[in-house]
Design a protein. Structure first.
Length: 535
């Protein structure tokens, strides 16, 4: 008996041999084996269906058709399962030769060769696919690297957001996209491209992305923008371009967008830090300017008033402060009304609620108003009432100023004052007796229609007048104890005969020692005036 292999024409085998060694010939080899299998089986036609399309991308057929769309057996076809494939074949005419030997249906050597060729084809297809993926990832990483360099060079946050979104849409062939940044527990739209996008949405515990993020989009892909698991925003793209219109995004697309989002997060963080640095630099310049303006407002020295010593000192808690003092000498020719008084000296010490730039702005407003009004109406209740109306009209409702203003008649030593909610001024008499200058009304800017009353005291030779802000008496120790009025009075009494600049330094040193390195909690200001003993 002649075996099936001996019955195969030698020419057929010679045609198959070159296909076993040629690159890219696995598909042709499989097709030739299918033709050979049909002839040897006496089949009128056969079709080979792979389990998936990853290997050849299409079915193979030989002989008469048509063939079914799928591998399920139908009438008129026989079904032969193979590893990784299914063979459907149409039997030949009755009595047609069936030369392939073997113990059962499909067990002959040619069927075995066909199965091996299918396995080889699938293996080669898988290798090609992996090779393509490796090359694609290389190209993808190179593109991501180039994109990362491009966006990293932009430090303007608004321009960076637009650039990130444009490159993300281009990288994934998307039709539209949106970039959201997280602020105050809410994702806010920073940039959009290609269509409408939701303006904002709250951040949930799971950071879920709303389905209507890109209204009208058929397919949505969104990934977080995060720095070390700290979410900063969301990058979303919609409707991937394809030959047939738009389609869904693949897992590879998600991985690509996630990698890009990591680079975008670093670029956005750099831009944010850059913006903060610029804002800090601008704020520091503004503070320097405000501090310089405030230094110009404060007296650069003390006026010369025969028969009196004068000293003033101010130390803000920050670059600029809310304390203010002024010394305004008014000669007779500049005084309002008719009188026979000699030189007058106006004194003012104020403490604005709050600290920093807002308080400094109110100090500037108060300084200019006092200077404009004093020459016209003097340092009395009318002045404070006008100041109250002015501050109410030009400041925030929660802002007010404690103020003590006075007018010294240098010739007589009479000091007329108004205390608008300020710390009581202190008078240390030559015999060490203490007198206070009590409040005569509410702080300025607190309530409309406030009225004020004045007080009068006469300074005798050797008497010391002290006006101060609460930053001195409320200076706190490490045990949270306040310096207090008592310590200030004791210091003034002990140093009453010393030159006023030395008394000022003693107050500064005493509060510093008391605080023991604690940060200064409030602005500190003091004004001293003493009538000479020879006067």
């Amino acid at each position: 008996m002649v075996s099936a292999s001996e019955q195969i024409e030698a020419g057929s085998w010679r045609r198959l041999l070159p296909l076993t060694d040629g690159e890219g010939e696995e598909h042709a080899l499989l097709s030739s084996l299918l033709d050979l299998w049909c002839r040897e089986r006496g089949a009128r036609g056969a079709a080979l269906y792979l389990d998936d399309d990853d290997a050849s991308g299409a079915e193979l057929s030989s002989g008469e058709g048509p063939f079914p769309a799928g591998p399920d057996a139908t009438a008129g076809f026989e079904r032969l399962p193979l590893p990784g494939a299914v063979l459907l074949w149409r039997p030949g005419e009755a009595g047609a030769p069936r030369t392939e030997e073997g113990g059962g249906e499909g067990e002959g050597p040619l069927s075995l060769l066909l199965a091996l060729a299918v396995s080889n084809c699938r293996l080669l297809g898988r290798l090609k696919r992996q090779s393509f993926q490796a090359k694609y990832r290389g190209v993808e990483l190179e593109a991501l690297y180039d994109v990362g360099l491009a966006i990293a060079s932009t430090l303007d946050l608004d321009l960076l957001a637009e650039d990130i979104l444009l490159r993300a849409v281009s990288l994934l062939d998307a039709r539209r996209g949106a970039l959201y940044l997280l602020s105050g527990g809410v994702y806010r739209l920073q940039s959009q491209l290609g269509g409408e996008a939701l303006e904002s949405f709250p951040a949930t515990a799971a950071h879920e992305t709303p389905s209507g993020l890109l209204p009208g989009a058929e397919h949505l892909l969104a990934v977080p923008i995060a720095i070390e698991d700290d979410r900063r925003g969301i990058l979303a793209v919609g409707d991937k371009e394809s030959r047939s219109g738009v389609g869904p995004f693949s897992p590879e697309d998600r991985r690509t967008l996630s990698l890009f989002a990591n680079q975008a997060a670093i670029a956005l963080e750099n831009a944010r830090l850059h913006r903060e640095a610029l804002e800090k630099e601008r704020y520091e310049r503004d503070l320097q300017l405000a501090a310089e303006i405030q230094r110009q407002i404060l007296p650069k020295g003390v006026p010369s008033v025969p028969g009196y010593e004068i000293a003033g000192w101010n130390r803000p808690a920050r670059e600029v402060g809310g304390d203010f003092y002024d010394l305004v000498p008014v000669p007779p020719e500049e005084q309002s009304g008719e009188n026979d008084r000699g030189l007058l000296l106006g004194l003012a010490l104020a403490d604005v609620s709050g600290k920093g730039v807002p308080a400094a702005l109110m100090v500037s407003t108060l300084h200019s108003a006092i200077r404009l009004l004093f020459g016209r109406i003097g340092f009395g209740p009318r002045l404070v009432e006008r100041l109250n109306r002015h501050i109410l009209a030009s400041s925030a409702p929660n802002k007010f100023i404690t103020l003590l203003v006075g007018e010294l008649d240098a010739a007589s030593g009479r000091f007329t004052y108004v205390n608008a909610g300020h710390n009581p001024g202190l008078v240390i008499r030559a015999d060490s007796h203490l007198e206070r200058l009590p409040p005569g009304g509410l702080p300025v800017g607190l309530l409309p229609g406030s009225s004020y009353r004045s007080g009068v005291l006469d300074l005798a030779p050797g008497d010391l007048l002290c006006l101060y802000s609460d930053g001195i008496t409320e200076c706190a120790s490490r045990a949270e104890e306040e310096f207090g009025e008592g310590r200030l009075v004791a210091l003034l009494r002990a140093a009453a005969d010393r030159p006023l600049p030395e008394i000022v330094r003693a107050v500064e040193e005493a509060t510093d020692d008391f605080a023991a390195g604690q940060p200064q909690g409030d602005d500190q200001t003091i004004v001293l005036l003493r009538r000479s003993a020879e006067a």
